[in-house]
Design a protein around this ligand. Sequence first.
Ligand SMILES: [Cu+2]
Length: 137
Amino acid sequence: MKTLAGLLAGAAALAACRGQRPAIVRIVEPAEDAVVSGPSVRVVLAAVGVEIAPAAELRRGTAHHHLFLDTDVTPPGDTIPAGVTGILHLGRGQTEFTFDSLAPGAHRIIAVLADPWHVPLPNAATDTVTVTVPPRL
Ligand SMILES: [Cu+2]
């Protein structure tokens, strides 16, 4: 019987064979299912297995964070578009972002790592949290 640890080790070894390090992104804050005070919500991000750097440096092997707010993730291999509502490039290498005015209700936030050309890293894990902004009284 395969264990989760065994599967993960296998995936890491496969990625290493291909010259790719498996990258993982985590939304550190807010927590999954958090009820946030809103309307401003601070998102804190962490990445493992890849260096976070400003996109403008155009250095291969680095990545920057992206956030998809109530928006589906760009299909694999596609460039993450700029100037689209709900899609944010943290292109200066930031690891935090504050949404200033989230409406009351549930919101889905997805974190995605992409290379300096804004193409999601192959085999990189994404992270998703759903948060709720309570109704204003
Ligand atoms: Cu980008």
